[in-house]
Design a protein around this ligand. Structure first.
Ligand code: SF4
Ligand code: SF4
Length: 116
């Protein structure tokens, strides 16, 4: 089993375009959904995403739904801790391929980092 990890110079999951995430209401509380929508910029990217560094400008204070942590994923998606790596890897792949493409440098770097 591969271990999930976030790679630098990605940020694909900070593209929050709700049109690409039709099931938001299934895993976010009403308050979180409001917070999520308040963070979506006109271009679909999170307003807290720094495009030059490709990093989160509020990282220590980012919302719960931005955190890849066992408790969060169990609460939001019903994923057991032992399934977290596989689930998070699938999420990242889907998001990276959707934002940057399935032959992008970003997906190549992610696959390499997790050992695929
Ligand atoms: S999509 Fe995955 S690898 Fe890319 S920034 Fe988000 S968590 Fe990190
Ligand atoms: S708050 Fe930070 S981690 Fe969450 S989507 Fe925005 S830029 Fe990304």
């Amino acid at each position: 089993m591969a271990n999930w990890q976030c790679v630098k110079q990605c940020g694909a999951c900070c593209n929050l375009d709700p049109a690409e995430r039709p099931d938001l209401e299934e895993y976010l509380s009403p308050a979180e959904l409001a917070q999520y929508l308040s963070m979506v910029g006109e271009d679909g990217w999170c307003i807290n995403f720094d495009h030059s560094s490709r990093e989160c400008s509020i990282y220590p204070n980012r919302p719960r739904f931005c955190r890849v942590e066992p408790e969060t994923f169990q609460d939001m998606y019903g994923v057991e801790p032992e399934e977290l790596d596989d689930f998070a890897i699938d999420c990242c792949r889907e998001q990276i391929e959707g934002v940057y493409g399935d032959r992008s440098l970003e997906i190549l770097r992610f696959n390499k980092a997790i050992g695929f």
